[in-house]
Design a binder for this molecule. Structure first.
Ligand SMILES: [Zn+2]
Length: 238
């Protein structure tokens, strides 16, 4: 009898109790500040149980170093696949108390953004794949819901947009189909020279693209000297 995803999750979280000081898997995993304590395979899913090496961390409020642990809970975080198997990391989320400012805070990890359940590198890879595939296809390949894939794509886009609209000389407009059947198009606006994403427009219609581009400040619009358009379904009629 095969297990459902919740049963798989419960099993992947089971404690196996081996705790070496460091593991040969650490260099393969290649994530900062953690060591692999053990691993477990359930129904083709691989789960690496990791431990955080540092005993102290900086307070998020006042930067004071503290080692006063208040509580620890473990979360399962999706990471890049290995040996053809989907991978989860069981990561301790440690809440510390800072005596100096008398506040509690949850430790910041370098490889997972706050409140995310995927590593940054996993989210980046999903984001890249959405550009060349459909949400449905990736959802099937990763065994995650289309909503989760869409959520990752939106999250990474918003992170990338923090560099948002600095003056750019050469712009590119690329059309991507978000869903099978090509009914839901988006236009990715990027800086040709740096490759930075500037904007994702929820349309591939000329009028809507122009509307969004016209919202930019005059000095940004005037800085553009070249626009490259790669849109096969581009609707030239306003
Ligand atoms: Zn503090």
């Amino acid at each position: 009898m095969s297990l459902n995803i919740y049963q798989i999750f419960a099993k992947l979280s089971e404690i196996t109790g081996i705790s070496p000081m460091s593991s040969p898997l650490d260099s393969l995993l290649n994530l900062p500040g953690i060591t692999v304590e053990s691993y477990l395979e359930v129904e083709g899913y691989l789960c690496l149980h990791v431990r955080i090496l540092a005993e102290r961390t900086k307070c998020l409020h006042c930067q004071n170093l503290t080692s006063e642990l208040n509580q620890v809970r473990s979360i399962l975080v999706r990471d890049l696949p290995t040996f053809g198997k989907p991978v989860y990391l069981r990561v301790p989320r440690r809440q510390f108390y800072c005596r100096k400012c008398q506040k509690y805070f949850t430790e910041k990890l370098e490889f997972i953004d706050c409140r995310r359940l995927h590593t940054q590198r996993y989210e980046q890879s999903i984001y890249n794949r959405v550009q060349n595939s459909s949400i449905e296809q990736i959802s099937r390949e990763e065994n995650l819901s289309p909503e989760e894939i869409q959520g990752i794509f939106t999250y990474v886009s918003n992170q990338l947009k923090k560099k948002y609209w600095q003056p750019v000389k050469r712009l590119s407009l690329d059309e991507i189909a978000m869903h099978k059947g090509h009914k839901n198009f988006k236009t990715v606006v990027s800086n040709i020279d740096s490759g930075d994403l500037l904007e994702i427009i929820n349309s591939h219609k000329q009028a809507q693209i122009i509307e969004v581009l016209m919202q930019q400040r005059i000095e940004i619009r005037e800085a553009v000297t070249e626009v490259s358009v790669d849109m096969w379904g581009y609707d030239r009629l306003p």
